[in-house]
Design a protein around this ligand. Structure first.
Ligand code: GLN
Length: 484
């Protein structure tokens, strides 16, 4: 059952081939057996899941079941879940039990999905390797000595290891696409504003966006259809009709204009990764698409701009964790100042503290214009580059990451080397554009991701391209050794 796609699971549930309780028990048993080896799931909600599955079976029996009725999934531990610990991978929220659920979680509940538990992640979604979680690193199912990517590494590893057919994730600078690439699965970051951020713990509010992870583009289409909504609880959520993302999956690639940015194939790109991505481009060309060389001249500025804007917003967002209202509180504070400083020094890990320091510095009087203001100007240039490109092409394709999964500790001492992991993904967040990653090959036994960037609200087209690619290739069907 764990090798079936969500589309197949929905059919099986509706035709009563298996029940949601059977399916849920099957995945819970897999989590119990395999998760200790990966550390991908940090909270298992077995009782709640079995109750929800039984309720789903009752609805299925009545014959009026919603889209994902009875389908099990995992939520990244950044989404608030009523009555279930939501840690954001941090000691700061190790004891936090939210009194409400995120809109994303509610949307999946309405669609009848069954939550199996919560996935591990980099602390406050800051990282590209899942080494910064308070709950320890997540291991990549393809190579246990290597990282799964971050920050949604728990979700990606869980889907790759078939601990769940799908998982939710978030992407501020690449955290859906990069771990999807490194774990050989399909992941989609929607247009900024497409999915509500209500109840999703904030990292950098102008960049954060939630999206689905699954094994196929078709499954991501089904998931996005349930996840996306306009929400008056999120003032940046956009009132744009939610498409039936499955309706155009089979549209032809004939005449599709694919932009290939030269900046995405420059120095620093692993030769094996480049070969796999070029082959994927050729596969789409063989289906009738046209490859057009383009340039995104300011893309080299995206990492420096991001590492001003994201920490600046994070420093403001994370000021709420002060030991007074909720979350961790230090022992026996001497006075209020001591309460603040020790709570934050003990509750936040090293990377989070580094970001708060950088962000506070960039926002301080005297430096604001030089750093934050400048970075916002660069952001406009990056947005304009894409606007120019989309006058000529329908989608933009390239690698998701510069190289396959690296070993634990390989970039631990060098934050800048780690930050460069997201060199191809960050620009889309700065521009607010949607992007996805699709498995397109293997290098040294580790998966490679093909990135598809679309214009605003063009998720259906990106999913169409990804689905057509998956019709002629089987990278998305491969499983890590010992998993299938
Ligand atoms: N790796 C990037 C960072 O550390 C992006 C993380 C993310 O998208 N949440 O900030």
């Amino acid at each position: 059952m764990h090798n079936l796609t969500i589309a197949e699971l929905v059919k099986g549930l509706q035709s009563k081939e298996f029940s949601s309780v059977e399916l849920t028990e099957h995945f819970l048993a897999r989590i119990a057996e395999f998760n200790p080896g990966y550390n991908a799931v940090i909270t298992i909600t077995a009782d709640q899941a079995l109750k929800a599955a039984a309720a789903a079976d009752a609805r299925l029996a009545e014959g009026n079941a919603p889209a994902l009725c009875g389908v099990p999934l995992l939520h990244k531990d950044i989404f608030c879940t009523e009555g279930v610990r939501t840690s954001c991978g941090s000691r700061m929220l190790d004891n936090f039990i939210p009194p409400y659920s995120a809109t994303v979680v509610e949307n999946f509940e309405k669609a009848g999905a069954v939550m199996l538990g919560k996935t591990n992640m980099d602390e406050f979604a800051m990282g590209s390797s899942n080494e910064t979680s308070f709950y320890g690193p997540v291991k990549n199912p393809w190579a246990i000595d290597s990282v799964p990517g971050g920050s949604s590494g728990g979700s990606a590893a869980a889907v790759a290891a078939r601990l769940a057919p799908a998982a939710t994730a978030t992407d501020t600078g690449g955290s859906i696409r990069q771990p999807a690439a490194l774990c050989g699965i399909t992941g989609l970051k929607p247009t900024y504003g497409r999915v509500s951020r209500w109840g999703m713990i904030a990292f950098a509010s102008s960049l954060d966006q939630a999206g689905p992870m699954a094994r196929t583009a078709e499954d991501c289409a089904l998931l996005l259809g349930c996840m996306a909504s306009v929400d008056d609880k999120d003032s940046t959520s956009i009132d744009h009709p939610v498409a039936d993302y499955t309706a155009s999956l089979n549209d032809s690639m004939q005449g599709l204009k694919i932009g290939v940015p030269k900046e995405y194939f420059s120095e620093g790109l692993n030769p094996g990764t480049e070969k796999a991505v070029r082959q994927a481009l050729a596969d789409l060309e063989a289906q009738g698409a046209q490859l057009i060389d383009i340039s995104l001249p300011n893309s080299g500025l995206s990492v420096p701009a991001y590492y001003v804007i994201a920490p600046a917003e994070a420093s403001a967002n994370l000021s709420r964790f002060d030991g007074v209202r909720y979350g961790y509180r230090c022992e026996d504070p001497k006075d209020l100042q001591d309460l603040y400083t020790r709570t934050r020094a003990e509750g936040f890990g090293e990377e989070v503290q580094r970001r708060i320091l950088i962000g506070t510095y960039c926002l301080s009087a005297g430096y604001y214009d030089a750093y934050y203001g400048k970075a916002q100007q660069v952001r406009q240039l990056i947005r304009k580059d894409f606007a120019e490109a989309f006058k000529q092409v329908d989608v933009i394709l390239g690698p998701t990451c510069p190289s396959p999964a690296f070993k634990f500790g390989a970039k631990g001492d060098d934050p800048v080397a780690m930050y460069l992991e997201d060199i191809y993904t960050i620009a889309t967040n700065l521009a607010g554009l949607p992007g996805m990653s699709v498995p397109c090959g293997m290098v040294e036994g580790k998966p490679v991701g093909l990135q598809i960037i679309g214009n605003y609200f063009d998720e259906a087209l990106m999913l169409n391209v990804a689905h057509q690619y998956q019709q002629v290739t089987d990278w998305h069907r491969q499983a890590p050794e010992g998993i299938a």
